[in-house]
Design a binder for this molecule. Structure first.
Ligand code: PGA
Length: 259
């Protein structure tokens, strides 16, 4: 069985609905069979991007609220997003920082995504100080445990969850852990999922690396045995870089694990 490589393009607050649609259209042809490309435009661009996507590219949103509807001005719920998208980013460090999202809020969002049919991409990562102090594993494992506290449907979790390890100090910077350093964290996440019964022999929750991924380094993370792909921020706004990233990561990898 070929193991897919996930490439998640996080466009953050960039692009207009018209330019986002053009960017999405430009990516469709470049996606080989075993690459799962997920583009995550800003909410206002979601319908325009949805209208131009071919079957080779999945649509994701960058966030959802944890309630289905209600007096939450400016918010968008998972049930609304699910009319267009199949994925949602959850707990990105920029939202934890700027919107004050706590682990418990992140957990409610993960649970709601799963209930409403969106696959959550759960972001976990440590600060520069925590990295330097050797606290990375304890920080990301705590974030993982708290984010999954609200999830009671283990089967759905195993089928839908994707984790993204993104060191906060690597996001939007020029610095990043080496693939081998990051892989230690990926292994710790898998071990914790198994130890808590959230992943069992034969299951595989994909773990992605994110933070300063570009055409030069993407393949080293995405094809590392302990990772299943990458999250790309800045570089995902440049169609030529994206084409190079997709080509570099498109290395078929065999696996006995389910996909
Ligand atoms: P970056 O952002 O690739 O620009 O570092 C990644 C992210 O925040 O998802």
């Amino acid at each position: 069985m070929i193991r897919p490589v996930y490439i998640v393009a996080n466009w953050k607050m960039h692009g207009l609905p018209s330019s986002s649609a053009a960017l999405a259209r430009s990516l469709g042809d470049a996606v080989p069979e075993h690459v799962r490309l997920v583009v995550c435009p800003p909410f206002l661009s979601v319908p325009a991007v949805h209208a131009v996507l071919t079957g080779r590219v999945d649509l994701g949103v960058q966030d959802v609220h944890w309630e289905d509807a209600g007096p939450f001005t400016g918010e968008v719920s998972a049930v609304m997003a699910a009319e267009y998208a199949t994925w949602s980013l959850v707990g990105h460090s920029e939202r934890r920082r700027d919107q004050g999202e706590t682990d418990s809020i992140v957990g409610r969002k993960v649970a709601r995504c799963l209930e409403r049919g969106l696959r959550p991409i759960l972001f976990l990562g440590e600060t520069a100080t925590q990295w330097v102090n050797g606290e990375t594993e304890s920080v990301v494992l705590r974030q993982l445990d708290r984010a999954l506290e609200e999830v009671h449907d283990g089967e759905r979790l195993r089928r839908a969850l994707v984790l993204a390890y993104e060191p906060i100090w690597a996001v939007g910077s020029d610095d990043s852990p080496s693939p081998d350093e990051a892989a230690v964290v990926a292994r710790a996440l898998h071990d914790r999922l198994r130890a808590t019964g959230r992943s069992q022999a034969g299951d595989h929750v994909p773990v992605l690396y994110g933070g300063s991924v570009d055409a030069a380094n993407a393949a080293a993370y995405a094809t590392h045995p302990d990772f299943d792909g990458v999250v790309v921020g800045r570089a995902s706004l440049d169609p030529r870089q994206m084409a190079s990233i997709i080509a570099a990561c498109a290395v078929p990898r065999r696996s006995d694990r389910p996909t």
